[in-house]
Ligand binder design. Structure first.
Ligand code: HEM
Ligand code: HEM
Length: 555
């Protein structure tokens, strides 16, 4: 048995042992966390009070939809929250602004790559405009530019709130962001110029990756400094998810990018160990951490089962790390390794259902509030699509299904169901909540939020349904030995065109979002009192708390 196989086997054994220890400790009451722990994100008498700074609260529709309440916040709780928000406003803004820029770059590359798949003679005079490079520019821009930066920005904003502690070490974020973005620009330019490390998700040259690691470490540091200075004893489930992601990702990225270490088949195994763990241990926990905060927060209703949320976290930690092999089903890897990843993929059903049940039961009966809350509209849809992507993924990992879908657009549809339907929508919703808090201004045009939502939701439906159908037909044609290979190409043509139409709507939605983001950043329009901070408390009270927060922050 070679070294890699041994390491993987040991990792598996450690995971299973960890799981057994975990189950044993649960049954012995070591994790007997009371449901009241889920109240930690609320003030003492806050449950029942809705909070969505993105909604039009002047006519209080959202609160009416969720039910009238006499819940409120004390002055101390409000100023603590304002202090936490203020401490993280600029670092979060830097991350979100840069994320938005990459979203636009990534979207432009996406639509070019998409059109090229059905109009192959379009834009062929320059090497950097060819499909292979455009596709990688799209992938790297949206993964390391948009998704990672949005994830870090949202995490930076959440951690002080969750720990009831102002952010410590904000300056590290600025340096980290500068290094990360200069490196990413160099990386994307290198891909455009044809220099890559030749592995999907790891295309950027390793020389650039060193700076990505450095920049990422600097941006993550304040989160740990804040954790060390925290004012709460209990760590809410979102802190587990986000904190773990911030430890897992640097390890993954660093190991995967060590040059000249992994070759041939080992290189492929490492490539997908990294690729799927970037999804499962970086984006997924950040997305879920955000959803576990915003869904109960907006509704003013604690999460349905707190223990279930913790169980979901631990199962994700135990099962997700070995699923990478399911990207290489049919490849020249040891059979046991692939089988292991398929088994783990099926076991993922446990944490996925934990999330599904918890979110469903928390939102259940409050669908009116979801309609009135822009934040929830995105996040609840995103959470539902998380469950859909994961169940689809577990089935896709079965050999009998994968033999049809592997080399097809079906996989690309699944990739977008996860990275777009789930992660990106959760980030959109989180940004709608966070921006009014950090710029202390309302979103100027509610219609732009609705336009954004419907364009991306409908666009994505067209994208996903078209590509899933086309991909499946492509796979069926490909495995049919009586048909020439070109049949499997030709059958996809209408579906590829439908992807460009759906993708075009999504990109239009992104442009509207970007314009709206710029408008709120410039504090465009007239300020509406009471600045939508807390709808029920009176204006002087909010103003006093704001003054206190500004002074404390200066001090
Ligand atoms: C239980 C959970 C999941 C399982 C078992 C799963 C399974 C799979 C499988 C088997 C593939 C490879 C298909 C192939 O190449 O033949 C795949 C690809 C992919 N999955 Fe998932 N998936 C899950 C959840 C997710 C989630 C939550 C996301 C996003 C956050 C995601 C994003 C992706 C992406 C981006 C790819 C394509 C990677 C590439 O080829 O570049 N998946 N998944
Ligand atoms: C902003 C959010 C987006 C994210 C996070 C994202 C993510 C991804 C990922 C992970 C892949 C690799 C999939 C795989 O290899 O299986 C990919 C490929 C691709 N994406 Fe996106 N994407 C986004 C938006 C879009 C949009 C709006 C379009 C519009 C048309 C699009 C078009 C494409 C195309 C054409 C490919 C290449 C597919 C291929 O190689 O066949 N993406 N994207």
């Amino acid at each position: 048995m070679d070294g890699t196989a041994l390491i993987l086997l040991l990792t598996f054994l450690v995971s299973v042992t960890g799981l057994l220890v975990f189950i044993w400790s649960m049954s012995n009451g070591f994790f007997n966390t009371k449901q009241s722990a889920s109240h930690i994100i609320f003030g003492q008498n806050e449950i029942g009070l809705v909070e969505d700074p993105a909604s039009n609260q002047t006519n209080n529709e959202l609160q009416e939809a969720a039910g009238e309440t006499d819940a409120s916040l004390t002055q101390k709780e409000l100023s603590d929250r304002l202090i936490a928000d203020k401490s993280t406003a600029l670092p979060t803004f830097v991350c979100l602004l840069t994320a938005m820029c990459w979203l636009i770059v990534g979207s432009a590359a996406a639509i070019i790559a998409s059109i090229k798949l059905h109009e192959p003679d379009w834009l062929v005079s320059q090497a950097w405009l060819t499909f292979g490079r455009m596709r990688s520019i799209h992938l790297n821009s949206v993964i390391y530019g948009w998704a990672s930066m949005a994830g870090v920005g949202v995490s930076l904003w959440l951690i002080p709130r969750l720990l009831k502690t102002p952010l410590v070490g904000a300056k590290f974020v600025y340096w980290g962001a500068i290094i990360w973005h200069v490196a990413l620009m160099c990386g994307v330019a290198a891909i455009g110029a044809g220099y890559t490390d030749g592995m999907e998700w790891l295309e950027m040259p390793w020389q650039v990756d060193i700076f990505i690691v450095l920049g990422g470490a600097l941006m993550g540091l304040p989160l740990f400094l804040t954790l060390a200075n925290r004012k709460v004893d209990h760590l809410y489930v979102s802190v587990w998810y986000i904190g773990a992601a911030l430890i897992w990702f640097p390890i993954l990225f660093f190991i995967a990018n060590i040059p000249d270490l992994h070759f041939g088949v080992q290189g492929a195994a490492m490539n997908w160990w990294y690729g799927h763990n970037a999804l499962g241990l970086w984006f997924t926990p950040i997305g879920l951490g955000a959803a576990y905060y915003f869904i109960p927060k907006v509704l003013g209703r604690p999460i349905y089962s707190y223990n279930l949320s913790l169980l979901g976290f631990w199962c994700l930690a135990f099962f997700y790390s070995q699923v990478g092999g399911h990207h290489l089903i049919g490849g020249p890897l040891p059979t046991w390794m692939v089988t292991l990843s398929i088994v783990q993929s099926m076991m993922m059903i446990i944490p996925v259902f934990a999330v599904a049940v918890n979110h469903h039961m928390t939102v259940g009966g409050n669908i009116k509030a979801v309609i009135h809350s822009p934040t929830l509209r995105f996040i609840v849809l995103g959470s539902m699509l998380y469950v859909a992507a994961s169940v689809q993924g577990s089935l896709e990992a079965l050999r009998s299904v994968n033999v049809i879908t592997h080399f097809t657009h079906y996989t690309v549809a699944h990739a977008h169901l996860g990275m777009y339907g789930f992660f990106t929508l959760v980030m959109f919703g989180s940004i709608y909540f966070i921006m009014p808090r950090i710029v202390d201004w309302e979103w100027p045009h509610p219609w732009m939020i609705s336009a954004h939502f419907w364009l991306v939701a409908l666009g994505f439906a067209v994208y996903f349904i078209g590509l899933t159908t086309g991909g499946w037909l492509q796979g069926v044609a490909m495995v049919d030995a009586t048909k020439p290979f070109m049949d499997s190409v030709a059958v996809t043509l209408p579906y590829l065109k439908s992807r460009s139409v759906g993708g075009g709507l999504m990109v239009l939605g992104h442009l509207i979002f970007m314009i709206h983001f710029i408008l709120i950043s410039l504090r465009y329009g007239t300020k509406k009192e009471p600045a939508l901070l807390i709808p029920i408390v009176n204006i002087p009270f909010v103003k006093e708390a704001k003054v206190a927060a500004t002074e404390l922050n200066r001090g």
